[in-house]
Every structure is written in C-alpha cells, then in structure tokens.
Design a protein around this ligand. Sequence first.
Ligand code: NAD
Length: 511
Amino acid sequence: MASTEHATTTGKASTKPKVYRNFIDGEWVEASTGETFENVNPADTRDIVGIFQKSGKKDVDAAVEAAKRAYAKWRLVPAPRRAEIIYKATAILEQRKEAYSQDMTREMGKVIKETRGDTQEAIDTGYYMAGEGRRMFGHTTPSELPNKFAMCVRQPLGVCGMITPWNFPMAIPSWKLFPALIAGNTAVIKPAQDTPLSVFNFVSALTDAGVPKGVVNIVTGFGSMVGTPLTEHPDVRAISLTGSSEVGRIVGAACAQSFKRCSLELGGKNPMIVLDDANLELALEGALWGAFGTTGQRCTATSRIIIQKGVYRKFLDELVARAKKLKIGNGLDESVDMGPAVNKKQMETDLEYIAIGQKEGAKMLCGGHRLDKGEHAHGWFLEPTVFADVDAKMRIAQEEIFGPVVSCIPCNDLDHAVEIANGVAYGLSSALYTKDVNRAFKAIRDLEAGITYINAPTIGAEVHLPFGGVKQTGNGHREGGIGAFDFYTEWKAIYVDYSDRLQKAQIDRPE
Ligand code: NAD
C-alpha cells in the first residue's frame, strides 16, 4: 500500500468524504455487497469522517484465503526479521502520531490528550513486542532417559481473526496484531464500525514498513455480517475479541463449535475504594479522571466509588464541585476535558441508565442531561453525572453503563468495601486509596479483579503488564506483556534421542 493511498485527514472536516476500501491481499477492494456506511464524527454529526465498506461473508472468505496463503511464507521468516518490520512500523507510527491522534478524536470523540495516549500505547506495544522477536523464549528440560534431549518451542497458530471495539481504536488492535505477527501468524482484522479509520492508519504504518501482502487484511462492516463469518470460518485458528460480554458470549460459543482458540476481553464495573485515611485530594483527582476520562467509555472506567462513611459527604461534595467544572466539547479543542458519547445509541443507553438510577432511588447530585445547545448542538454530549447513596444491588451499581455516570456507595470499613467491590459479575480493574500498607495488601489479595491499583485510579494500564479480567470480564487470557504469546503461539515439545536404541519413557527404568 502506498502511504499516499489514504493520507490522514488530519482532523479537518472535508467537503467530500473519502471512500475507504477493504484491504485484502495487499489490494484495496470494494465489498462484495456493493454497500458502504458512513463514519460520523460524534462531536459534530455533520462531519463525515469517511465512507467505509459494509462487507459480508464473501469478503471475509477472500481475506482469510489471502491470510492463509501469506502464512505459508510469513511463518518461515525468522522472528528477529519479522520484528525488524515491527520496529519500522512503530517508528512510522511515531512520525505520524499527531495526525493519527487527530483522526481518532474526529472519529470517536475522546479528547486529543487521550487519543495521543492511545496512539502512544500502540507505539509502546510495538517497541515492547518487537524486542520479543529476539526472545520468545522456549525452554529446555532434562529428559528422564539417557542420551536424550528435551525442549519446548513456541510455534505460530496460522490465521488469526481479530474483532475490536471503538474505545481504544489503535491501542487494542496493536495489542493483538503486534504479538500475533511477531509470532509468525497472519491476520484478518474487523474494526468496530465506529472506528475503522484508526485501524486503516495503523495498518498503513505496518504495510509502509514492509509487511508482505496478505499478512494483514482489513474487512470493515458490522458484527453479524463480518464478525460472525470470521468466527465461524474453518481456516481461522484463533479469534481475539475485545468487546461487550454480550457479544463475547456469542463469539465464545461460535469458537467452541470449531475448537478455535478464543480470547475474550469484555466488560467491567470497576470499583474505586476510598478509605477514611486516604489522601482525599489524590483520590478526588483519580476519581474524576477514572470516571469521566474517555467520557466513561473505558472498560476500566471507574464506575463505582465505594467510600468509607467518615469521608463520604466531604468526598461527594468535592467530587460534584469538580465534575460540574469539567469542560465538555469537541475533543480537538485542547481545553476540553470530556468529549461526546461515541454515538447516538450509546448516549441513549447512558440516558436510560440515568433514568433507571433515579427510579431506583439513588440521589443524582449533578448531571443527568444531554447537552444539545450552541456548540453542542450537533453532537452526542452528556453532562458528567454523579449518583450518591447508591445501594450495591441497584442496576446502576451492577451493570456496565459505558458512559459518564458514576455510582457512589457508602461503606463501613475495608471488609465491607471489598464485599461490595466483588459483588458484581465483572472483575477487570479495581483501585484502593489508603495510607495503610496492611489494608493495601489485604485488598490486593482479596479484590476479585485482573488489575488492582493502590493510590491510583482504575485506569492507566502499562503495555508490558498483563491486561484482562476475571469472572464475566473474559475467559482467562491476557493481552499485553509476555503472556500475549501464550495466546498467539502453540507449544511444541521436542525430544531428540541420540542413544541409537529404542528407549521407552516410563517403562525403561533402572532396577
Ligand atoms: P461490542 O461488543 O458491541 O462490539 C465489539 C466488536 O464486536 C465490534 O467490532 C462489533 O462489530 C463486533 N461484533 C458485534 N456483534 C458480533 C457478533 N455477533 N459476532 C462477532 N463480532 C461481533 O462492543 P463495543 O461497543 O465496540 O465496545 C465496548 C465494550 O467493549 C464494552 O463492554 C467494554 O467494556 C468492552 N471493552 C473491553 C476491554 C477489555 O480489554 N476488557 C477493552 C475495551 C473495551
């Protein structure tokens, strides 16, 4: 792909939106359906970011076929050489960071500071994973038999299908594509329909760096039309999905039918516990960032704040005062703190949950409304919303909302807080604010979550640590860190017998 093929739109609304085609076997091709869909700026719905292909099963079949052909050669390229291409791609991402971040804000709304962070996360992942090209350690171990050598090596799987969400449009594809490619797999990626441009930008860095044709393919479109045939395709060896638990359940069941390896990174209902001895200023800063960063649309967003009774009122008063001061608007404006909901449907879901919270008897201390006047007239903007006196069993304390709505729950002590924190179906991230080291370590041990932060909010994962959750947040796999290779490789055990005779394990034993 020539880099000029789809130069970035650098955050500016253009009169005629560009048409993007699927990327299959190194070629730009139209969908077999002949249909397209619009990628719309959620901060200003008059701004069409691009026109993308509404693909179907035939397009998935073509992409998988291309990936399968490419796999035959790519798997034989030495991993350090594959890693050199990933290093180059990462350097290209660095050069294009600002333009790609502006594109991302325009297509999904989060503020430019955060989209720069998203692109940076892909860069960090690239440099980290590329280093693995010269490691990807296997292990050796003694054989129980004389003159016999035993070792294990990692081998690629084949064609991997990747289905990604819209909230981290470049970081999440990078968590999947970089380790998969380093390990020698090829890929077909289906981006979320709200954020295909960031995946095009990401893949253009890869192809400009020299990833051979067919190794990475993009098929855009909707879940049922593209995601389903990808999960059901017999030549796809693994599916990695990041999305809602609802879709995870469907994808997991489809993969089980064909014995596909399947990684599910799903929803969250992340608690932040604030104890009486906490540094309140720090906790408030963290709560504001955790609850309203990315408009609350992070899988790790702080959606419950569990506050010990001694500081409950003081904490709430300050939180509300600060939430009211947040500047809501178009994320390309550097002074804006919080952008819009990603689309109309998500905004409506947020408003529905706000109504549910009121009906359930929680006290709405601020927010609760759509902003649709003046500069907000053409976007999906909402006020940051704080509910207090929430009962831990209420729906707003149990279900993932994925918007700027936080539920504050009073608690008596740490044990009570942990009981509330663990009393949901999810287990992704968690946070505790305290100065007491004993209580911190008890919480680290007892919180049912894949991630625990002490004196930091529930958001802020770093790429070289495992990322994922327990319970209905996933199915036990982790992205990030070295553990990513556990998903994208198969172990092969190898025995080399240099005794020149038949030796029988478990049977040939010394008298
Ligand atoms: P979603 O589940 O609606 O969609 C995710 C992806 O799945 C999209 O590409 C979608 O088109 C596709 N899809 C939908 N139906 C499908 C089907 N039947 N078969 C195959 N694919 C299908 O999620 P979303 O709205 O894009 O993202 C928000 C969700 O993602 C939230 O629940 C959030 O918590 C979760 N998330 C989790 C993590 C994590 O690592 N745990 C990270 C980010 C987001």
